[in-house]
Design a protein around this ligand. Sequence first.
Ligand SMILES: Cc1cc2nc3c(=O)[nH]c(=O)nc-3n(C[C@H](O)[C@H](O)[C@H](O)COP(=O)(O)O)c2cc1C
Length: 456
Amino acid sequence: MTKILSEQAEYPDQQELTAAKRRGAYEAWHQVLAQRPADVIGEVADSGLRGRGGAGFPTGRKWRFLQFDAERPPYLLCNADESEPGTFKDHWLLERDPHRVIEGILIAAYAIQAREAFLYIRGEYASLLPGIGRALEEARAEGLIGPNVLSSDYSLDIIVVVGAGAYICGEETGLMESLEGKRAYPRVRPPFPAVRGFNGRPTVVNNVETLANLPWIIHHGAEAFRAVGTSDSPGTKLVSLSGCISRPGVYEIPMGYPLQQLLEQEGGGPLPDRSFKAVIPGGTSVPVLTAEEIEGVTIDFESMRQAGTLLGSGGMIVFDDSVSMPPMLRAISHFYATESCGECTPCREGTGWMAAIVDRLLDGRSQIDDLDRLLRIGNNIEGRTICGLGDAAVQPVRSFVSKFRQEFEALLHESSISNAPDWQTHGHGPRTARHGSVADEIVRSEPVAGRPTYRW
Ligand SMILES: Cc1cc2nc3c(=O)[nH]c(=O)nc-3n(C[C@H](O)[C@H](O)[C@H](O)COP(=O)(O)O)c2cc1C
């Protein structure tokens, strides 16, 4: 199997510049400096590389959207926020092969003629900072970064910024706000970052793994990249495998690799005496697949979509037959309720309501129509928010409740009729409006830890 990202990362001394260079690091960077930026963009566009941050947008096309203005050079932002639950492949790359990521940043920055690039790194990844800092220092000392790179007339600074500690900081416009020192509220688009992004300038945001592909593409050529993977999803994918699996970890597989095979071979199969029950294939923001649905699904953007889910970040979370799904959904729903930035009402309120309803299902306080209510709230969030966090929060709720409905219904039967609170008499405050909407059925109470809080 062709390894594009992970072959050198397996060497224990790959973080050191001399060792990395011995294995080919920065050769592509030398090549690129002799090319016209438009040709570099052309090569990357021809390779068919698609973004690995979640949405799979073609990288070359994204760069071509940039509006060039010599007076106001664009920025490149490398998104290392990696807050998607179950995702740890960018951490793996940055820890083991920082020079590959740095070289990717250099190539992309040169292609778009940025003068400054930022590596925005998740705050919790503080342990990576010394390694990244050392790699940048070494690269600078060799003239690979900085003024007049390798005696050319191109200059670039790479600045590392520690993230502000919220999931929303990984959303590209939230990231830009955060970099500008503000709260990471996503921006309404248009204008798109390619036109007006960080500091009002044209900006490209790319994921760590996306950028890490560039040295290989430049070195081996677009055609060689296209020869790996599928026609619509060329190249490989780094997947992070966690949960109920024998060998959790980060694996690089070619796009189009069977999901079942990944779980059985790389992942080593289920834990002893267990069988697979379900897998979330792309971080908790994508619909879960049942064990039966996994069969025939391959790891690429198209196959996942056909199976009714998404490749997302490639953060795969495995559940086996020992796992009860409602408590899993409780953890996931609370994540989104906590991480909703609060800018858009449907997401701010709806994620809290969904979490609270899952809570009451599990706490024996459910109401008979709670499952339909959950789905209805989801429908009223989806597509009604500025960024994708709202949609992301809905996918696990909808897929868990519809695919494992029996487990949720069992909770209803245990509790709903006898334990349902009496809205009028339980002293949770007056209901002010009663127009039959979901919102009207929710009663706010004193906030806990400053978060919207609801009690039934
Ligand atoms: C709520 C939310 C969180 C996100 N978090 C990340 C993240 O941590 N890392 C990332 O690369 N992309 C994240 N994204 C996607 C980015 O907005 C953006 O699409 C991506 O960085 C673009 O890079 P790519 O084209 O190389 O994939 C997130 C999106 C949303 C809606």
